[in-house]
Design a protein around this ligand. Structure first.
Ligand code: PEP
Ligand code: MG
Length: 603
């Protein structure tokens, strides 16, 4: 996954980083180095008809290829110590898979019954298996197809007569980049001169990710098109903890990350205890610290960092990554797993936030009829898109309501800008509920409803919205860009994107006060929430919940636990008196330098 709209993610200091790509961090560690992009052989299996007296020979050839693949795996396994139990058990499972009846027996059956060559027969067996896996909704089980494919690829490569694959033979340490790595490739990386790796494919629960973690190889995966975006020889920074990659960093970025790399081990040890502590101020004032995630695969990370709830599930990513598009049952399976895994903590699922810069063309069934927009940021995006594509919106709401029986669901509508828009969305939700009632479907009775405050009109109407919903979630990424009229991906104005702009901070305060006046909670789920210098102000302004990338939570928890609530409130009041963004930032930095003994660079 490459979050293209995050190309200019605001950093800790509020400055943008245009050469930053966001992927999925599967194995922590910061490394800086030269890249080697690996392009692999693609094996295309042609179909050859064999005379009957060749069939036994062909079966024997296939059998030999499987035996050789087995030998390779056994040899690879011998290079590793027994304490790498996770990695070794994955190789063992691959050895067993080679002789699995769906691959081995089926391929031999195809060779014999169709009088065909082994390559084609194996390709057919693999196709059959893939068709079966495509029908499985559970993403964890689906991911297991990748293992079968890796095993089959090894046999293909032997059948095609390719030399045993040497990933890289480098004299200096490098970061390798490829479309995909098998778990065995990853183990091989460990024995070579490798700093870390990036790949286009894979998920957090993939075996490749598990092996990378157990061998401590920093890795970021799910970076679509990365092999086309960087070339061998380019220098990059890889942050496996945050899933970030900085392409061709400047010398200042290299310095910053070298320092971070040095500090990160110490910090990891220092922060570990915070994972299990409650999120409250020194004097016991609770603030919920929850997680922003895009994919179900991230749940493992969510639990690892002790997150007590999902503050933002960006549901659109499910649609971008699945072909064909998920149907109601597939969505239900995802949402159910999400709610089940987090229960009894709340899970906030934001309804589709497509449009704008979020790949409208990934939804071909629904959006191909729409003309390209001249000004997509002000166009048919987010809730407007859902209200235009009511069938799709209804399907998502049905899946959500059905899943609500398994946990604590909060539904969040993105980019709401007027009351009629909210009324329309609520009316569709009511219709979905009454349809489910008629169908006798049981769903949660305590579902909460929220709107995202991401445009100035929503801030001004926050008091009105607060009477209509159960919570407000401030999306500062969009609120900053819409209120300051700054396109973060435009290099000429990106530097003006300023979370400390007094107008932004006052709007946040106005929203919090409006929500509290109606007795509802207010969260921030934009990047500001996970940035120490911004978070300390948000806490001071009275925010009830901060939602951020899971890995950042221990940093923010340490910040929260360090202060008395009154101290934070005083800081909030002082900051609101500042009338200039730079002055505000300097003021907060000076305050933290004086009162907070820990580093403020959490990413
Ligand atoms: C935001 O705008 O702050 C937000 C959380 O939404 P997204 O970044 O997904 O647009
Ligand atoms: Mg947004």
């Amino acid at each position: 996954m490459e979050i293209e709209n995050n190309n200019a993610t605001p950093s800790l200091s509020g400055e943008s980083t245009p050469n930053l790509l966001q992927g999925i961090g599967v194995s922590p560690g910061i490394v800086i180095g030269r890249v080697v992009v690996i392009k692999r052989h693609t094996c295309r299996a042609g179909r050859y008809h064999l005379p009957p007296d060749h069939i036994q020979k062909e079966v024997a050839r296939f059998h030999q290829a499987v035996t050789r693949a087995e030998d390779e795996l056994v040899r690879l396994r011998e290079n590793f110590a027994d304490d790498l139990a996770d990695a070794l058990s994955i190789i063992d499972s691959h050895i067993l898979m080679l002789k699995d009846r769906m691959i081995y027996d089926q391929t031999i059956r195809f060779i014999k019954s169709k009088n065909v060559n082994a390559e084609w027969a194996l390709a057919q067996s693999l196709n059959h298996i893939k068709n079966r896996f495509d029908k499985i909704a559970d993403p964890y089980i689906k991911e297991r197809y990748a293992d079968i494919k890796h095993v089959a690829d090894r046999v293909f490569s032997i059948l095609f007569g390719h030399k045993p694959y040497q990933l890289v033979q480098e004299n200096e340490p490098v970061i390798v980049v490829a479309n995909d790595f098998s778990p065995e490739d990853t183990m091989q990386l460990h024995t070579e001169n490798i700093l870390g790796f990036l790949s286009e494919k894979g998920g957090v629960t993939s075996h490749t990710a598990i092996v990378a973690r157990s061998l401590n190889i920093p890795a970021v995966i799910g970076l679509t098109h990365i092999t086309g975006s960087i070339a061998t020889g380019d220098t990059i920074i890889l942050d496996g903890g945050l899933g970030q990659v900085i392409i061709k960093p400047d010398s200042e970025q290299v310095q910053v990350y070298r320092r971070k790399a040095l500090q990160s081990e110490v910090i990891a040890d220092e922060l570990a205890p915070y994972v299990h502590l409650s999120s409250e101020t020194f004097d016991g004032y609770s603030v919920r610290l929850s997680a922003n995630i895009e994919m179900i695969e991230e749940l493992q990370t969510v639990h690892r960092y002790g997150c007590k709830g999902i503050g933002l599930f960006r549901s659109e990513f499910d649609f971008f990554h699945q072909q064909p598009q998920p149907d109601e049952n597939a969505l239900l399976a995802t949402y159910r797993q999400l709610l089940d895994s987090m229960s009894p903590h709340p899970v906030t699922v934001r309804t589709l936030d497509v449009g704008g810069d979020k790949f409208l063309d990934h939804l071909p069934d629904h959006s191909s009829q729409l003309d390209p927009e001249r000004n997509p940021a002000l166009g048919l995006r987010s809730i407007r898109f859902s209200l235009h594509e009511i069938k799709l919106f209804t399907m998502q709401l049905r899946a959500l309501l059905k899943a609500s029986a398994y946990g604590r669901l909060r539904i969040l509508f993105p980019l709401v800008s007027s009351l009629p828009e909210l009324h329309q969305a609520k009316a569709i939700l009511r219709k979905v509920s009454s349809d489910l009632d008629k169908e006798g479907v049981v769903y949660g009775s305590d579902i909460e409803l929220g709107v995202m405050v991401e445009v100035p009109s929503a801030v001004i109407l926050a008091d009105v919205f607060s009477k209509e919903v159960d919570f407000l979630a401030i999306g500062t990424n969009d609120l900053i860009q819409y209120s300051l009229a700054i396109d973060r991906s435009n290099q000429h104005v990106a530097h003006m994107y300023d979370p400390f702009h007094p107008a932004v901070l006052r709007m946040i305060k106005q929203t919090i006060d409006a929500g509290h006046a109606q007795g509802i909670s207010v969260s921030v789920c934009g990047e500001m929430a996970g940035d120490v210098i911004c978070a300390v102000v948000l806490l001071g302004l009275g925010i009830d919940e901060l939602s951020m990338r899971p890995a950042v939570i221990p940093h923010i928890k340490r910040l929260l636990r360090h202060f008395h609530y009154e101290q934070l409130q005083q800081l909030g009041e002082d900051v609101l008196r500042c009338v200039d963004g730079q002055q505000t930032k300097n003021f907060i930095k000076a305050y933290l330098a004086q009162h907070y003994p820990y580093q403020c660079n959490n990413y």
